[in-house]
Write a protein that binds this ligand. Sequence first.
Ligand code: LMR
Length: 328
Amino acid sequence: FKTTVAALALSVAAGTAMAACDPGEIVVKFSHVTNTDKHPKGIAASLLEQRINDEMNGTMCLEVFPNSTLYNDNKVLEAMLQGDVQLAAPSLSKFEKFTKQFRLFDLPFMFKNIEAVDAFQSSADGQAMMDSMQRRGLQGLAFWHNGMKQMSANKPLVAPSDADGLKFRVQSSDVLVAQMEAIGGSPQKMAFSEVYGALQQGVVDGQENTWSNIFGKKFFEVQDGVTETNHGVLDYLVVTNIDWLDSLDAPVRDQFLTILNEVTATRNAESSKVNAEAKQSIVDAGGEVRQLNAEQRQAWVEAMKPVWDQFAGDVGQDMIDAAQAINA
Ligand code: LMR
């Protein structure tokens, strides 16, 4: 009885209907940190849950725990290696302890849009990145898109110098620390679940994120406005424990991976639309969205791009060149 109450409480807290896993089904826990609707990852995770539970009923049972209800991104990979969770989709900025290769994606103005990101990820270089953490026990399964990042603060940001002296929340990535330092900001690494409170209480002055995250977690409500900089990308790697994946019978693993790949293709094609809708929802809710003209945006490029030199050694100049060839 105790177990039932605890499990029920967890599922209520997670805001999900209790996925009734039958005895004998392989239970797959998928932990993530965002909201579920109007969000590229939230929608994709829910679709994956629905399809696995329909099409693999009796064999496999997927339970999604959104909104950091099970783990935040700083804990989920450790939990995965311990076998406490089987799937996660942290942003590419959150793999620093496991690989430095993904720093490429954090370099400001590396990719002009999500189509360029997709083209790079689909290349041999991008696909090889999914295998880059096997030695550490993690297997990448798919890249999921969110979108381009925007800047916000408790004062208008038009010129990069407007950021001077402001405290910014960043994800746990040294590239993002360097990027905020390049515009005179004080970066602070912080878990996603803590950002709203930190902005509200003035622990930090600003942040960068995609439209869907700024809308989904209501950051715009505690900021002066959001400036459309599109200065960087926020994308995800769906990742699993390699031993767990190997432990599945081949037909089960194949069906699971086929469904995952189909969900990836379907939802990645919609990510830009989901972010555009989130942006419109911010405007509709009375949030201030600021545009930059070409000259103003160029000032952000010039302020932030020197960061590339600091990390070329980690990511490899050949990777930067390959990304830029695709981005051209
Ligand atoms: C963040 O920490 O800002 C994002 O990585 C959250 C997410 O998963 O989109």
